[in-house]
Design a protein around this ligand. Structure first.
Ligand SMILES: Cc1ncc(COP(=O)(O)O)c(C=O)c1O
Length: 331
């Protein structure tokens, strides 16, 4: 039996605990600065508890696993993440009474590492690079080893867990459907594929003619691009996630780190929006797409902005880091 509490898409009203106030995030509406035919609707997902869109799947998946009798308070939950999902799972596991083991790698930021530990989780570091030059494959191997040794672990496995996508169908997709009367396009960043898989299904039902544009980083292997070192977390992956098989995607655009950085800075300067890297990538994706495909009449385009800029203060918002990564001075 599914506990309706976890399926309630929109959590409104006064709450005792901030973790119970997921969703119902602000929606902004503004014109694309260099093309006033493009009417943008931007959903600010960094306003969720723990500062990102990942509060949604963390709570939803734990809730579903609890309702289905897969986990009970006192059990241990494991997941591979160095970023927002690790942070969100650490907070929701603590609140719901599960022990969380976060399998991370040396790319984890000090910000995330400290917060995950404050939320009482355990961090297992994997510091041997895999054959692809990253750590993801070795992080997953480490989890598989632990699952053989310990029978009490529940592996979330965001890349293949259907509840990851279902989260966005039931929550974010429902909210947007209530808020916006008509949409022609949606630009959605991809990493585990949960957001685009669940959201694209809901958006297609609600706005049948909508075009879904996946936004990915250059060097990510999700859509078959040759791998390349990527420095901005949150977007892209070194493998194609299994849940993407159920996504409705019309096309994909690939964005460079330079374009991501410039877009983050322009969102800050022109719109007072202090946002994370993947938001800049999505915004750059909209510019790139409409440069290649100029709209004939007015169009409405949805953008998802997954997190805020705080975690990127020492990188995207730091001139020295920008120069080191791009080789040019971006002020
Ligand atoms: C900042 C940020 N943007 C975008 C995404 C991509 O979302 P998804 O994993 O649902 O594809 C993530 C996922 O971790 C993220 O942390």
């Amino acid at each position: 039996m599914v506990n309706a509490h976890f399926l309630n898409p929109i959590q409104e009203g006064i709450k005792e605990n901030i973790l119970d106030r997921i969703g119902n995030t602000p929606m902004l509406n503004f014109k694309l600065p260099d093309n006033d035919k493009v009417n943008l609707y931007a959903k600010l997902e960094g306003m969720n508890p723990t500062g990102s869109i990942k509060a949604r799947p963390a709570r939803y998946i734990l809730g579903r696993a609890f309702d289905e009798g897969i986990i009970k308070p006192g059990d241990a939950v494991i997941e591979s993440s160095s970023g927002n999902f690790g942070l969100a799972l650490a907070a929701y596991c603590k609140k719901m009474g599960f022990h969380f083991i976060c399998v991370a790698d040396p790319y984890i930021s000090e910000y995330n590492r400290q917060l995950i530990l404050y939320y009482g989780a355990e961090i297992i570091m994997v510091d041997t690079p895999d054959e692809g030059g990253g750590y993801l494959l070795n992080r997953v191997r480490k989890i598989k080893e632990l699952l053989v040794e310990r029978k009490d672990l529940y592996w979330i496995n965001q890349y293949a867990n259907k509840w990851n996508a279902e989260t966005y169908y039931c929550t974010l997709g429902q909210e947007i459907s209530n808020e916006v009367e008509h949409l022609d396009y949606a630009f959605i960043g991809v990493s585990s594929g949960g957001t685009i898989t669940g959201l694209s299904k809901k958006l297609r039902e609600r706005y049948p003619g909508i075009r879904i544009v996946a936004v990915d980083a250059i060097g990510s292997k999700i859509f078959g691009m040759p791998p390349q070192k990527r420095n901005i977390p949150g977007i892209g992956s070194s493998m194609r996630p299994e849940i993407l098989n159920d996504a409705h995607i019309d096309e994909a655009v690939h964005i460079s780190e330079l374009e991501t950085i410039e877009s983050c800075l322009s969102l800050l300067r022109d719109h007072y929006l202090f946002l994370g890297g993947s938001s800049g990538t999505a915004y750059a994706g909209v510019h790139e797409y409409f440069k290649q495909n100029p709209p004939i009449g007015e169009v409405n385009a949805l953008l998802i902005f997954p997190d805020g800029g705080e975690k990127y203060f020492d990188t995207i918002y730091n001139a020295t880091w920008r120069q080191k990564i791009t080789g040019i001075s971006i002020l």
